[in-house]
Design a protein around this ligand. Structure first.
Ligand code: SAM
Length: 218
């Protein structure tokens, strides 16, 4: 059964102090977390001066690359519902003296996207949000013309690789991943609410980077 929101915030409160280290440990399994992050951020095709919103930003591991993409005139907004994860993000932002990064404590389901933004990204977080379809729809409506929504996350692959699930699931369980999350398909929401849909799969099809582009007048 998927964890409830209070269960998820409790889990991430406990994980927060060691989150960055434990996320990197997945390299030992060949899970190239940073390669997927970089692909996702490149797929945003941000322009200097853009505002980019990150949903479920956690400790802010993507902020450095996002800042590079939007430049000193741009803005990065990190949204997360777990206070302890945002405290880690705040430490990173203060340590690096990043003055164009804003942190917002909010459930993604309640977050009001600013209008005219250049991109929205979520890495390894959106599948945890039961209202992901509505979050993608509202984020899509807030994008400027040509702005992109990009999701990198876990999914269940087709074919033989499914047999690896009993081995892999216990390894991702500490981050709130349960088997029933396989029924949540954020990439289909990107395809539904945006144009120019694209998707690439990695790690035997257990992870993906997917994107859609706004064509509206925004
Ligand atoms: C696995 S971490 C990913 C953090 C970051 N995106 C990264 O790539 O390192 C998942 C994050 O999603 C956040 N999260 C889960 N459900 C959420 C929700 N409904 N609204 C906002 N944040 C949520 C958790 O608090 C946690 O920080």
């Amino acid at each position: 059964m998927a964890l409830t929101k209070p269960e998820l915030t409790d889990l991430y409160r406990r994980r927060a102090p060691r989150y960055d280290l434990s996320a990197n440990l997945y390299y030992l399994l060949g899970f190239r977390e940073w390669a997927y992050r970089k692909k996702a951020i490149r797929a945003l095709r941000l322009e200097p001066g853009d505002t980019v919103v990150e949903i479920g930003c956690g400790t802010g591991l993507n902020f450095g690359l996002l800042r590079e993409a939007v430049g000193p005139e741009g803005r990065v907004v990190g949204v997360d519902m777990t206070t302890a994860m945002l405290e880690e993000a705040r430490e990173r932002v203060d340590r690096e003296a990043w003055d164009n990064v804003e942190l917002v404590e909010s459930d993604a389901a309640d977050y009001d996207f600013p209008a005219g933004i250049g991109g929205v990204i979520s890495t390894f977080a959106l599948t945890l949000v039961p209202e992901y379809d509505d979050v993608i729809r509202r984020g899509a409506e807030a994008l400027r013309r040509g702005g992109r929504w990009v999701v990198a996350d876990l999914k269940l692959p087709e074919g033989w690789a499914r047999h690896l699930l009993p081995l892999l699931l216990p390894l991702f369980r500490p981050f709130g991943v349960t088997a029933d999350l396989a029924d949540r398909h954020p990439w289909e929401s990107l395809e539904r609410h945006l144009s120019g849909f694209g998707m690439e799969e990695h790690y035997f099809g257990y992870t993906y980077v997917a994107w859609g582009q706004a064509q509206g007048p925004g």
